[in-house]
Design a protein around this ligand. Structure first.
Ligand code: SAM
Length: 464
């Protein structure tokens, strides 16, 4: 049977889509190639959020077409995901070596299309049409893909985005919000837990909008007990989903990403206090600290509202870890606006932040806005904000030294596979000297040292 190599660019949603495609192909008898040089099929799962990500994938495909095809003329080449969706046929016109272009609602057709191409029944395939029900098709997992038991798993709960932030291409590449039903998601989570998974991350472009468009609240099958836990507020569909997943025996930790700050109503904030398995970590993409820029971005909240959410979250869960996304150099951003972002970062004391230089995306309103900020200024602001975030992060990580904390051991450390790595409930990586038998365990470790956004634990006091 043919072998496949999938390279993924971009977010966790893309990682999850790639895993589902790989699992689908393995179920059909394909093997996973260890490198692109020996693969019969090479798929690039692409990201369109910034131009840089698109250029990287295009450059990679050009290299593959030039190098790999020379030694292996029969290799099948494909683009999938966001850039495939937004560029479609244009990709084959530009790179005629490409055989398959598969959009974001079509991942589940990958195996059939590849069979057709490999058997010579079809030459080029471009499929980027919308498909009803596709949100429920990202369900296969590859838990033993690297011959090791997976402790953590990602579960896609919805597809698409209706926020239309003025900078963002996602609503155009991922389509309208569509949510899977709670029973469907719970069944997938249950299955994963029965296979040894201890931590599940619920995934979507805007998880806090879960269920807002796809189905009515009446469909949600929750027990009386779960319904009565928050008598004062009406729960959103997303919080009802958290409740339902929380009922699964054997599931130790629940995470989710990405939420939208405006989706942090009181019911979600209370969920952090009342659901023990919901970890104390929140990724709150703020994007800017300036109300003027937030309005231009169409974010739907003010600086004060954002700070209010952070205050409430910390009251509900004092040791919560809070991370964010920030864009620097949005069109029209002045030095004063940027200073407000710096001051917000200091005020919130984020545990970490992903900083993005604004990138013009076609068909988005911000691409046409006046006051596009020159690259030099975007780079300079990126650098200054990074220094602030690093400084705050260092203080926050140093404060862990000497403390005991619980980690879920995930497997070998990425940087040094001789050591093991786990995560705290507030989502900080802890590296320690352990052994394979610790994988999947919840361990108390003592933090002995803090590095750059990594903690180190002392093996001597690991509880056995
Ligand atoms: N759905 C999440 C939200 O908006 O709350 C995040 C999704 S997006 C894939 C991840 C991050 O990329 C965004 O939070 C934003 O900071 C960044 N991003 C999106 N569009 C961008 C652009 N045109 N230029 C630079 N960064 C961008």
């Amino acid at each position: 049977m043919p072998s496949v190599f999938i390279k993924t660019y971009g977010c966790q949603m893309n990682e999850r889509d790639s895993e589902a495609v790989a699992a689908q192909l393995v179920a059909k008898g394909y093997t996973l190639a260890p490198s692109e040089a020996v693969a019969d099929v090479i798929l690039l799962n692409t990201c369109s959020v910034r131009d840089f990500a698109e250029q990287k994938a295009i450059g990679k495909m050009q290299n593959i077409a030039a190098d790999v095809r020379k030694h292996h003329p029969e290799v099948v080449l494909g683009f999938m995901g966001c850039m495939a969706q937004s560029r479609g046929q244009e990709l084959i016109d530009r790179l005629p070596d490409v055989d398959l272009v598969l959009g974001t609602q079509k991942f589940h057709h990958a195996a059939n299309y590849l069979d057709e191409i490999l058997a010579g029944r079809r030459d080029k395939i471009v499929d980027v049409a919308a498909e009803q029900g596709s949100e429920a098709t990202i369900r296969e997992h590859l838990l033993n893909g690297n011959a090791q038991k997976s402790v953590t798993a990602f579960v896609s709960i919805m597809q698409g985005c209706n926020q239309y932030c003025t900078f963002c291409i996602v609503p155009y590449t991922r389509g309208e919000e569509r949510s899977r039903s709670i029973p469907d998601i719970v069944a997938e989570c249950r299955q994963l837990v029965s296979q040894g998974v201890k931590e599940i991350t619920l995934l979507g472009q805007i998880v806090t909008s879960y269920g807002k468009r796809g189905f009515g609240r009446a469909e949600l099958p929750l027990g009386q007990d779960a319904q009565q836990r928050v008598p004062t507020t009406k729960k959103t569909s997303f919080v009802q989903l958290l409740d339902a997943v929380h009922e699964i025996d054997g599931l130790e930790r629940i995470r989710f990403t990405a939420p939208h700050p405006k989706g942090y109503g009181d019911d979600l904030i209370q969920a952090y206090a009342r659901l023990p398995q919901l970890v104390g970590s929140a990724h709150l993409p703020v994007q800017s600290g300036s109300d003027r820029v937030l309005k231009l971005m169409h974010r739907g909240y003010t600086r004060e509202r954002f700070l209010g959410i952070v205050r409430k979250l910390r009251r509900a869960k004092p040791d919560i870890g809070i991370t964010t996304d920030i864009i620097v150099g949005f069109p029209g951003e002045t030095e004063d606006d940027f200073e407000q972002t710096l001051s917000l970062a200091r005020e919130v004391q984020f545990d970490n932040a992903y900083i993005f230089k604004y990138s013009q995306r076609r068909d988005t309103p911000a691409a046409e806005m006046p006051g596009q900020v020159p690259l030099k200024i975007r780079e300079e602001r990126n650098h200054r904000l990074l220094e602030t975030i690093n400084e705050i992060g260092k203080r926050k990580y140093d404060a862990f030294v000497g403390q005991r904390t619980q980690i879920l051991v995930e497997g070998p450390s990425k940087k040094n596979p001789a050591r093991l790595a786990g995560r705290t409930r507030c989502n900080k990586i802890v590296v320690f000297d352990g052994s394979e038998r610790h994988r999947g365990q919840l361990l108390d470790v003592k933090i002995t040292r803090a590095g750059s956004f990594t903690l180190y634990g002392d093996p001597a006091i690991v509880n056995l």
